[in-house]
Design a protein around this ligand. Structure first.
Ligand code: NAD
Length: 475
């Protein structure tokens, strides 16, 4: 862990093991932080914050760019660790290292955008607003893209003049150790503190700390709600939540079935086993396309190569952990019980290399109805649910028929249809004739239970500041 510029163990003396989910071998261990460690980190962050905020934005941004450069220099080492710790396949995970560095670079240039305004509402005063950093920020991140989220987690709050406590995922924590070394070597002590361990007690102690007024969380809806409750028990806090998705890909009759099948499979992100909040896990096909697209999707899924995540040829690896694997398998079983049509997958792959580890074949269910659990619950696994619709309103109703509202992907060449449907879907990030891509500078985040607040753009940077109005009497 990193506390006050030093790599340290937990005061508790406890450790947790991390497993390679492809073969269940122990590959490393991490300190299991305690509430006392959180307090130690908080005091370091609190002490470091005034001097950090007093640096010019140019100087702060310069240090963030050095962190980005160091991540790239140690990119292969981070990549190897990340792949064996998460089970995500190496060819796609390479992009995560680049995204981690880019997040730093993006925010490093935005310091001068942390502006207030002057407002001419009385002749006797000069009315201005300025933006103050919160002080110490807490950020808690999930298992699916550990280094990318840990890096994203520190970029915006640091640029806004805050110091940070980061809590990496307990299932895949090892790359955070390298980030800790990089931050120790580049940033002043206490500016970034990294605390490993379980949600309880580490995440919870961060959330409840009365001195930490700004919390940003990425993870499941259930944990997001628990965090809102816990925070409210100790003090009034600004909480932003990036939560789950059950995202629709809606294909209109004017589209080519080959193209839709291609994007439906690529936007499921099988390279990380569908474990992506933005995966379009509900494929909503117009009845005229249904049979043709379904057949092609099944052919493409059948051709996916499962294998060692470190092999560049592998297109899918194992699920991240045993509890998660059991949960995903339970949802697959519910699809079978509720009589969705299992087209392919739904079982452990054959072969000795798949006997150990959390392997599940990529799975497609057809004839899914909106009342089924596989239509409503985020599976966060390699499971695609396919639906049929007849008219535009039915497609919109289906798209909006879950408690989630993160992303949506709309496929049509009719501009009026595209505009109508993009406006009607209750999702925070919508692609027309696209899917999956994130565009830094545009704000990402969810509606409904998918979240609160926006990231990856100027809104995120400003969300780490509090607005203060000042009135100068001039007459
Ligand atoms: P999770 O909610 O189980 O855990 C996320 C983090 O919260 C972990 O670090 C965990 O230790 C911590 N935590 C657990 N209980 C806590 C508590 N009571 N208080 C404070 N912290 C606690 O989520 P997960 O299984 O790691 O990740 C998968 C989920 O993340 C999915 O729902 C996925 O959609 C979501 N996700 C969302 C986005 C987004 O940008 N919207 C991105 C990635 C993942």
């Amino acid at each position: 862990m990193l506390i006050n510029g030093e790599l340290v163990e937990s005061e508790s003396g406890n450790w947790l093991s991390s497993l390679n989910p492809a073969n269940e071998e122990i590959i490393g261990r991490i300190p299991a932080a305690s509430a006392a460690d959180v307090q130690r980190a908080y005091l370091a962050a609190e002490a470091a914050q005034p001097a950090w905020a007093a640096m010019t934005p140019l100087a702060r941004g310069g240090l963030l760019r050095k962190v980005a450069q160091a991540m790239r220099e140690r990119g292969e080492e981070i990549l190897h660790l990340e792949v064996i710790d998460t089970g995500n396949t190496i060819s796609k995970m390479r992009g995560d290292i680049e995204s981690a560095a880019k997040a730093m670079e993006f925010f490093s240039g935005l310091g001068s955008e942390i502006k207030g305004e002057s407002v001419p509402v009385s002749a006797d005063n000069l009315h201005v607003s300025i933006r103050d950093p919160y002080g110490v920020v807490g950020r808690i991140v999930p298992f699916n893209h550990p280094i990318k989220f840990a890096s994203n987690a520190i970029a915006a709050p640091l640029m806004a003049g805050n110091t940070v406590l980061v809590k990496p995922p307990e299932q895949s924590p090892l790359s955070a150790g390298i980030l800790a070394e990089i931050c120790r070597d580049i940033l002043p002590p206490g500016v970034v503190n990294i605390l490993t361990g379980n949600g309880m007690p580490v995440g919870d102690a961060i959330v409840r700390h009365p001195g930490i007024k700004r919390i940003a969380f990425t993870g499941s809806v259930a944990t997001g709600m628990a965090i809102q409750r816990a925070a409210a028990e100790t003090s009034v806090k600004h909480i932003s939540l990036e939560l789950g998705g059950k995202n629709p890909l809606i294909a209109f009759p004017d589209m080519d079935p080959d193209k839709i099948a291609e994007v439906a499979v690529s936007a499921m992100n099988f390279a990380w086993q569908g474990q992506s909040c933005g995966s379009t896990s509900r494929l909503l096909l117009h009845e005229s396309l249904y049979d043709a697209v379904l057949k092609r999707v099944v052919e493409r899924v059948a051709a996916l190569r499962l294998g060692d995540p470190l092999d560049p040829q592998s297109q899918m690896g194992p699920l991240n952990s045993k509890p998660h694997y059991d949960r995903v398998c339970g949802l697959v079983q519910s699809g079978i019980t509720e009589k969705a049509r299992l087209m392919i997958g739904g079982a452990r792959p054959a072969g000795t290399q798949f006997e150990k580890g959390y392997w599940l074949l990529p799975t497609v269910f057809a004839d899914v109805h909106r009342h089924m659990r596989i239509a409503q619950e985020e599976i966060f696994g390699p499971v695609l649910s396919v639906f049929k619709w007849r008219d535009e309103q039915e497609a919109i109703d289906l798209a909006n028929s879950t408690d989630y509202g993160l992303t949506a992907s709309i496929w049509t060449n009719d501009i009026k249809t595209a505009l109508r449907v993009a406006k009607a879907v209750r999702s925070g990030y919508v692609w027309v004739n696209g899917a999956s891509g994130h565009f830094y500078g545009t704000s990402f985040g969810g509606m409904k239970n998918s979240g609160l607040g926006r990231e990856e753009g100027i809104d995120e940077l400003l969300s780490y500041t509090e607005l203060k109005s000042i009135h100068f009497r001039i007459s």
